[in-house]
Design a protein around this ligand. Structure first.
Ligand code: GLN
Length: 477
C-alpha cells in the first residue's frame, strides 16, 4: 500500500476491510524510509523488530474480523525525547547516545495499546532546545519541501517524517513552539495540547512547567484522533489532569459557524514576513466567510514573551539536566581520575554548545542575588501574559495568528546567531507560558513554494474548539 498521503482513517479502514495488512503498511513505510531518509535525516533509530511483532498482532485481530482499535496498524514515529522500552532514546544528545530505557512513555504506550505501530525514533534538537533541528548531536534534518532548508525544531524529524510520508502520524514535544513551528515549516498539522492534557511520564524533561507532548499528522481529523488516544489522567504524572476527554473526532462535525475568532494586533507587527502576513490574513477572511465572527483583541504583554520564556525555560533546564552526570546512565567520560573531574568531563564532552549555553544562562538566573531580578520577575510577567489570554478569551473562542514570522529558513542561516534563532519563536512561546492549547495548520505557500502555517490558540482544555476551526478551514480547501 502506497504511503503517500495516507491518513489514519485510510490506513485503518484498509486493514479492517482486509485490503491491506498491517505488515504491508509497515513494509511500505520502511521501504519509503530506505529510499528517502538518507537525504532528509528524520529517523535516528528504527525499531523494526518491535514494529513487525505489533503488525503481526494487528493482523491476527483483523483476520478474526474483530472491530479494530482507533490506530490499528497505523505506522507512527516518535520523537527521540520520548522513552521507548528497549529502543535507544537519545534526546538528540551524545550524553544519552547509548541509553536504552527500561520503560515506555505513557503517550507511546497509549498509542501502541490503540494499535499504532512504532517504526522508530525521530531526530530532534538536543534535549529539544532549538528551532531548526541543527542542534541535534547526530545530524541535521532537511526540510522535505526544500532540502536546503531547515524543517524547524525542535521536533524537526517528527514534522519531516509526516511531510515525506515516512509515517502516517508522529509524536513530538512542545516547550516553546517545537510542535507548531516545525509543522508550519513542513506543511503538516501540529497540535500542542493544554498543559496537563497529556501525561509527560517518560518524556525526557526540558522545562517541566512548559513541556507538552502532541501529534503531527496529515490532516486535522488525524490530530484529533491521536489526541483522543493519548489524552487523559495518568497516575504516573501528577500534573496530568482529571478533566474528561471528549470525543475530539466527533466534535469536529460541529463546524465553526458562529465561533468568535480573535485577531491580536501584536501578532502582526514588525518582523512579520509579507507573504506570511498575506496568507494568514487571507485565511482569516476565509474563516469569516465560513461564519466565524472576527474580533480584534489585544495581548499587551506579548513583547515580554521571548525574554520571559528564555529565562524560565533555561532555569528549568539547568535544574532538569543536573541528572546527566555520568553516574546513573548515559555517557561517562573515560579519562577522569576524581569524581568532580568525571562530572565535569562527562558533561563537557556529552552536551553540545546550545545545551551548555542554556545551563549557564539558567544557573546564572537562579544564582544568589540574581534570582529576584530574573527568575522571580519572569514568573510575575508570566502571570501577566496568562492574564492577557484570560481577558482575551472572555471575548473570543479562539485566536488566530501566524505560527512563525517567516517560512523555513536555510540550513546554516541562523546557526551562528542564537538571538536571531530565539526571536523566531515570538508567536509560539506565549501559548506555552500560558499553558493553553494551540494548533498549526497549513494555510498557503510562498512564491518559492514553501509552506506557511496558521496558528489557532484555544482556552485551557478546549482543544475541541481549535480543532473545529482548523477542520472547517481545511475542509473549505
Ligand atoms: N525553540 C524553542 C527553544 O529553543 C522551543 C523549543 C521547544 O519547544 N522544545 O527553546
Amino acid at each position: 500500500m502506497n504511503p503517500n498521503g495516507l491518513t489514519i482513517d485510510a490506513a485503518r479502514s484498509a486493514i479492517q476491510e482486509r485490503k491491506a495488512t498491517a505488515f504491508d503498511l509497515v513494509d511500505a513505510h520502511y521501504e519509503k524510509i530506505a529510499h528517502e531518509d538518507e537525504k532528509i535525516g528524520a529517523y535516528l533509530t528504527l525499531s523494526k523488530e518491535r514494529a513487525l511483532e505489533k503488525a503481526e498482532q494487528i493482523d491476527v485481530l483483523a483476520r478474526k474480523g474483530d472491530p479494530l482499535p482507533p490506530l490499528a496498524g497505523v505506522p507512527v514515529g516518535i520523537k527521540d525525547v520520548l522513552c521507548t522500552r528497549g529502543v535507544r532514546t537519545t534526546a538528540g544528545s551524545k550524553i544519552l547516545g547509548n541509553f536504552i530505557p527500561p520503560y515506555d512513555c505513557t503517550a507511546v504506550a497509549r498509542m501502541e495499546s490503540a494499535g499504532a505501530i512504532v517504526l522508530g525514533k525521530l531526530n530532534c534538537d538536543e534535549f529539544a532546545m532549538g528551532s531548526s533541528n541543527e542542534n541535534s548531536a547526530w545530524k541535521p534534518v532537511h526540510n522535505p519541501r526544500d532540502l536546503s532548508r531547515v524543517p524547524g525544531g525542535s521536533s524537526g524529524g517528527s514534522a519531516a517524517a509526516v511531510a515525506a510520508d515516512m509515517a502516517v502520524a508522529t509524536l513530538g514535544s512542545d516547550t516553546g513552539g517545537s510542535i507548531r513551528q516545525p509543522a508550519s515549516f513542513c506543511g503538516v498539522v501540529g497540535l500542542m495540547p493544554t498543559y496537563g492534557r497529556v501525561s509527560r511520564y517518560g518524556l525526557i524533561a526540558f522545562a517541566s512547567s512548559l513541556d507538552r507532548i502532541g501529534p503531527f499528522s496529515k490532516n486535522v481529523k488525524d490530530a484529533a484522533t491521536v489526541l483522543g488516544v493519548i489524552a487523559g489522567r495518568d497516575p504516573m504524572d501528577s500534573t496530568s489532569a482529571e478533566t474528561p476527554v471528549p470525543d475530539y473526532a466527533a466534535e469536529l462535525n460541529k463546524g465553526a459557524r458562529g465561533l468568535r475568532v480573535g485577531v491580536a494586533k501584536e501578532y502582526f507587527g514588525e518582523g512579520l514576513d509579507g507573504e506570511v502576513r498575506a496568507s494568514v490574513e487571507a485565511a482569516i477572511q476565509k474563516l469569516a466567510s465560513l461564519g466565524c465572527e472576527i474580533v480584534p483583541i489585544s495581548l499587551p504583554h506579548m513583547k515580554y514573551a521571548i525574554p520571559v520564556y528564555y529565562i524560565i525555560a533555561t532555569v528549568e533546564a539547568s535544574s532538569n539536566l543536573v541528572r546527566f552526570d555520568g553516574v546513573r546512565y548515559g555517557y561517562r567520560a573515560k579519562d577522569a581520575r576524581t569524581l568532580s573531574q568525571m562530572y565535569r568531563r562527562t558533561r563537557d564532552q556529552g552536551f553540545g554548545a546550545e545545551v551548555k549555553r542554556r545551563i549557564m544562562l539558567g544557573t546564572y538566573a537562579l544564582s544568589a542575588g540574581y534570582y529576584d531580578a530574573y527568575y522571580l520577575k519572569a514568573q510575575r510577567v508570566r502571570t501577566l501574559l496568562t492574564r492577557d489570554f484570560e481577558e482575551a478569551f472572555k471575548q473570543v473562542d479562539a485566536i488566530v495568528t501566524p505560527t512563525s514570522p517567516t517560512a523555513a529558513f536555510k540550513l546554516g542561516e541562523k546557526s551562528d546567531d542564537p538571538l536571531a534563532m530565539y526571536l523566531a519563536d515570538i508567536y509560539t512561546v506565549t501559548a506555552d507560558l500560558a499553558g493553553i492549547c494551540g494548533i498549526s495548520i497549513p494555510c498557503g505557500e510562498t512564491k518559492e513554494k514553501l509552506p506557511i502555517g496558521m496558528q489557532i490558540l484555544g482556552k485551557h482544555f478546549d482543544e475541541s474548539t481549535i480543532l473545529r476551526v482548523a477542520h472547517a478551514y481545511e475542509q473549505a480547501g
